[in-house]
Structure formats: C-alpha cells, structure tokens
Design a protein around this ligand. Structure first.
Ligand code: PHE
Length: 498
C-alpha cells in the first residue's frame, strides 16, 4: 500500500489531489444514525416507510456512502460543469470517487437490479456546507421510486389506467393542497413527449403527488398529536394543514416539483421529486419501465416531529438526549425536552483577504446543486452542543484538521519569496472551524464585509459561536480554540488578522 491510500471500513481507496474529505467526516460514517434503534432519525425513517408497504416497495438501508462520480452525478445526467461537482461543495476521495451527496446516487443501480416495482433507500449523505443550527455536513435522506412496466400492462387496459387504478389504494386525506400549475409546462417543466403521452405523465404525476401528500398527512398528524399531548393548543395544532406543489428542476426528472408545507407561518420545503427521465431508465437496462422518484431530508422532518432545535443534537451520545426517544408500534411521538442551557460564547474574527482573493461565497449559494433538502430551520432556538470533539487533542492543528489536501497546506514561507495562497471560500472557514472546534462550534456567520476605500482590500468579519452541551466552556478553552483558528487562517489563506 502506498502512503496515498485510505481505508474506510475495510475498503481501500487511493487518494489524489482531489481528496478533501477530513478524517472527522470519514470517522462518522460508522455512526449510521438511521439504523440506530430508537434514534429520532430511525423513528422518522420508519414512520415514512410505513406509508410505502412491501412487496411493492423494497427497502435498502445499508448502501455504502462512498460512490463513484458516475453514480453520484453522471448516471443522473448532471452536466460536466455543474456546480454540485465542485470540491467546494462535495467531498472527494479521489478524482472519480466521492462521498454521496444524495441518495439519488443509487437510483440507476437500484433500477438495474429489477428486484421490485418500487424502492426506498435511506442513507447518510455528505455536503460541504455552512454550520448552523440547521446545517451539518452529514445528514440523511430517503429516496423513493415507483415504476410500471409497459410490457406488463394487461390486455384491454392502458398504462395510464393502471396507474390510476393503483392510485385508489392510497388513503384519501383532507389536506389543503395548492397545485396551481398544469402537470407540465413546455419550458419550465416539460413533458417527456418522446416517451410519455400526456395522459401517462398526468397519471404518474398524480400517483406521485398523492403518495407524498399521504406522507405529509402522516407526519403532521403525529406532530399534532404530540403537541396536543403536551397540552398545546397553538395555531399549529388547530389550523388545517396546508401544502403546495412548486415547479422545480432536477437533471434526472421531468416534470419536477418541490413540496412545501405551511409550518409556523412559513413555507417549508420538505422534498424534491419528479417523473424519472427515460434516458436514466434506458441506461439502467429497464427501457420498458416508466415512473417517479422523490428525495426527502430526514433531519428536517425529525426536527419538526420532535421539536429538536439543533441539528447537532442528532449526533449526541448523551443519554439525556438518546433516552428521550422510543420506537412505538402506535407511531406516537413524544416531544424533545431541552436539557442544557449552558451559555453560548461568541467570538469574532476579522481579517483582510490577500489582494488576489475573490470575494467569499455566501452560504445561500452552497446547496443549489440538488436544490433540495438540506435539513433546515425556522425552528426555535435554545440549544446546546454535543459530543466529544477533537478540541481536546494536543496535536498540531494540521494533524487534527485532517490528513488531506483540502485546503492545500500553505507553502512553507521563506522570508523573501512572495507566497501565493488558494482563494478563500466561506466553506473552507466552516470546515476549519469544525476541524478545530468540532461540535463545540455552533455557528459561523459573516457579520461584516467591506472593501478598503483607498486600497480596495477586502475585509471580512465572522462571528463564531462556541457552546458545549454538558457544561459552560471556560474563557481559556474558547480563547485557545479561537486563536488556533486565527493562526490557521493566516497560514492557509494568507489573510491578515485585524
Ligand atoms: N436528490 C435530490 C436532492 O438531493 C432530490 C430528488 C430525488 C429530486 C429524487 C428528484 C427525485 O436534492
């Protein structure tokens, strides 16, 4: 084995200059929160699975997270220059191997296996992203799909009629649904007219939408029952539940939609879906099948099911968190009760960027590639940090940051030569903070950015909030972490602290 090899759960991978997956991320692969008994992610997964029964839908919950670029992007028709492929957004092991960024990475293979008409794939997914109460670089998704075989349509009926027949098995609901647009739109949401008649696409779209509305009804009935049991009579328990279908775009579905739920006075995006592109089914060896697919973020659903205020809590090993959740046969949910009120410790870091560095990206632009469910927020605060982190280590900063090449280490500076640095990206700071402070870092927020009126030099100021679940952090601990972050910023990106 060369020194450029890593082993993850017994599988060896050659790394190259694309490698940007830190060891803190790789070592979390083994957690598999969606399989932990009584974990809120597991409970959420099972609640959704209960609406998609076997044998029509077959479950796959143990697919390995390291996949090829072909599986994650090419098989789904992502163009070569798609921003989702960037090393700023995606963790690479090497040029052709990534940590899956979504469960859609397994669509083609699962269609190819031809083991069932439908499937559900639940798994951990990975994206470089901002840190805050509703974003974490690892989260969980469930992929669902349902197909019908043209060649299996019985004599005397049609594919469209068969899909409408299957629709009758989905329970009726009294949800308020806004769905103002026709099922397809020639430019924004085109019918795959080479492959589907309008009647077929309409039937598939309706089956898809009714199936997912049924999921929403199931989730929100549980939320309301839990709220009522907790003695609440808030607006969220009394008003009729409202959802809306919004046109969307994914390279592997057409037409495509996102489903939004009106929750605590806001439209909350809960999933992406659409009619599967025929070219995907063709290249997966099932050209006579047509159907739909969806992808849903489990953390976002779990956060509102249990009223969990901070996404980092899912990673906690603290029994005061874990012991609050139980899988129940009746599907009843009990809400999370806050147990830590230790204070946050905000610290600011302000610096000048080196002259050549382009402006940092804003966090909002980071998750566009799949334009869907990175778990999210609008959820009330009061929080806590959790779980041990690398912060207690006495290693050199670069050792705890990771053994990888992203960002490339700053060249050792000789006193005379001018050093060139890689451009500074906000996600790089996020990852640096996570590597040094681990889950003790609650958020990283840009609070000020300006250019010097005379020199044009760019200034940035970020606020890092530190907080520990179990006790108050001492000011020495916070200062130690914060100083290391400042030092690494200087060494890696050539910034000048202000
Ligand atoms: N994979 C998409 C995402 O993560 C969601 C999706 C799944 C959309 C299946 C359509 C069909 O954003």
């Amino acid at each position: 084995a060369t020194s450029n090899q890593i082993t993850v759960e017994g599988k060896a991978y050659d790394t190259d200059e694309w490698m940007n997956a830190p060891s803190s991320i790789l070592s979390s692969i083994s957690r598999r929160l969606h399989l932990q008994p009584d974990h809120p992610i597991t409970i959420t997964r099972k609640l959704i699975e209960s609406r998609f029964p076997a044998p029509t839908y077959q479950k796959h919950n143990t697919l390995f997270p390291i996949v090829s670029v072909g599986q994650n992007f090419d098989s789904l028709g992502f163009p070569a220059d798609h921003v989702g492929r960037s090393r700023n957004d995606t963790y690479y092991i090497n040029k052709s191997t990534v940590l899956r960024t979504h469960t859609s990475a397994h669509q083609a293979d699962t269609f190819r296996a031809k083991t069932s008409e439908g499937f559900l794939i639940s798994a951990d997914v990975y994206r470089r992203d901002a840190i805050d109460r509703s974003h974490y670089p690892i989260f969980h998704q469930m992929e669902g799909a349902r197909t019908w075989s043209r060649s299996a349509v019985p004599e005397g009926t049609t594919l469209a009629r068969q899909v409408w027949d299957d629709l009758k098995t989905i329970p009726k609901h009294d949800l308020v649904v806004e769905d103002p647009n026709p099922s397809f739109h020639p430019d924004r949401n085109p019918l795959q007219s080479d492959h589907h008649s309008p009647e077929e696409a309409e039937a598939i779209a309706t089956h898809l939408k009714r199936s997912l509305e049924d999921v929403v009804v199931t989730i929100f009935s549980a939320v309301r029952a839990a709220a009522a049991a907790a003695g609440g009579s808030s607006a969220s328990t009394s008003e009729p539940l409202k959802v809306r279908w919004v046109e969307a775009y994914f390279p592997f579905t057409s037409p495509s939609w996102e489903l939004e739920v009106f929750w605590q006075n806001d439209w909350l995006e809960v999933l992406g879906c659409g009619v599967v592109r025929q070219r995907l089914l063709d290249s997966a060896g099932v050209p006579d099948r047509v159907g739909w697919a969806f992808g849903i973020g489990l953390e976002r659903i779990a956060m509102l099911l249990f009223e969990i205020p901070d996404i980092r809590l899912f990673w906690s090993r603290d029994p005061r968190f874990l012991d609050q959740f139980r899988e129940r046969v009746d599907g009843k949910i009990t809400r999370f009760k806050e147990f830590s009120k230790y204070p946050p410790a905000p610290r600011d870091v302000a610096f000048w960027l080196p002259r050549s560095t382009p402006a940092a990206r804003t966090p909002d632009s980071t998750n566009e590639p799949h334009s869907a469910p990175n778990p999210a927020g609008g959820l009330a605060p009061e929080s806590a940090s959790n779980a041990p982190s690398s912060s207690t280590t006495t290693n050199s900063p670069s050792a705890s940051v990771s053994s990888t090449s992203d960002p490339p280490p700053a060249p050792a500076s000789s006193s005379t030569a001018t050093t060139t640095y890689p451009p500074f990206h906000e996600n790089d700071l996020t990852e640096l903070v996570r590597a040094i402070a681990g889950d003790l870092a609650e958020s990283v927020t840009l609070i000020d950015a300006f250019a010097h009126p005379k020199t044009g030099r760019q200034s940035r100021c970020y606020r890092i909030v530190y907080r520990r679940l179990e006790r108050t952090l001492t000011s020495e601990e916070v200062a130690g972490l914060h100083e290391r972050i400042g030092r690494e910023l200087v060494a890696r990106w050539g910034v000048e602290l202000r």
